[in-house]
Design a binder for this molecule. Structure first.
Ligand SMILES: Nc1ncnc2c1ncn2[C@@H]1O[C@H](COP(=O)(O)OP(=O)(O)OP(=O)(O)O)[C@@H](O)[C@H]1O
Ligand SMILES: [Mg+2]
Length: 212
């Protein structure tokens, strides 16, 4: 599709010899919100990793329009608990670049997202000292503070209370309003209902895109 900034074409993937995805075709346009649904083990996280480029397809291809900036919030993030990172440092990583120091705009964006996600008071705490929901809000802040064209989010709100979930959805809507796209894996019908399209992985390794 011409207007898509990120596409998967006839993508297949396997872990060792075990096939997980086959014949996946998905196009992501600017400003689109796509929900990835399907049972545990159907391949949602795997597909997000392929879209993000942290895994490579065994068949087919993933194409990113040149210059497209991607932000990935993985589902499995336990490795980070082994680090001594504080909440503030973890969010700053979202704005980190090898080319320059954090600018005033970067610092403002970091302060704002920490306030919006109600983690500013936790700034000096280490990640491993947080509750599950506080930790998840910190990782969401790290993803959403990035100035991305596509946000790839793997069950972002699964650990969150209703109020925090609402705040995340507001932040996502703001980013979409300025042209960013969101691909979100979720088991929450209220969350998937916010999407323009649902892409359902039915576990038979043949994808189904259901337009609402
Ligand atoms: N690192 C791995 N090595 C081998 N098999 C894996 C690996 N990661 C995932 N799998 C397998 O690939 C399949 C798809 O896993 P994936 O994590 O993509 O599913 P999912 O749809 O995200 O599930 P969930 O809803 O539980 O998060 C599963 O059958 C899983 O057992
Ligand atoms: Mg998953």
């Amino acid at each position: 599709m011409g207007s898509d900034i990120l596409t998967a074409e006839n993508v297949g993937f396997r872990y060792a010899d075990v096939p997980v995805l086959r014949h996946v075709d998905l196009g992501v346009a600017s400003g689109a919100v796509i929900a990835l649904t399907g049972a545990n083990g159907s391949g949602k996280s795997t597909l997000l990793h392929l879209l993000a480029g942290v895994a490579q397809p065994a068949e087919g291809c993933v194409h990113r329009r040149p210059g497209t900036r991607l932000a990935l919030l993985p589902q499995r993030t336990s490795d980070i608990d082994a680090t001594p990172l504080t909440v503030a440092e973890c969010v700053q990583i979202g704005r980190f670049t090898l080319r320059r120091r954090l600018s005033r705009d970067d610092r403002a964006a970091i302060a704002q997202i920490m306030q919006r996600l109600d983690i500013a008071h936790l700034a000096r705490q280490r990640l491993r000292e947080l509750s599950g929901g506080q930790r998840q809000r910190t990782l969401i802040a790290q993803a959403l503070v990035q100035d991305a064209d596509v946000y790839l989010l793997d069950e972002p709100t699964a650990a969150l209370d209703t109020h925090s979930r609402q705040r995340v959805h507001e932040l996502l809507a703001e980013r979409v309003a300025t042209g960013a796209a969101v691909v979100v894996a979720s088991h929450d019908p209220a969350e998937t209902a916010l999407a323009d399209r649902t892409f359902h992985l039915d576990g038979t390794m043949t994808s189904t895109a259901i337009a609402r």
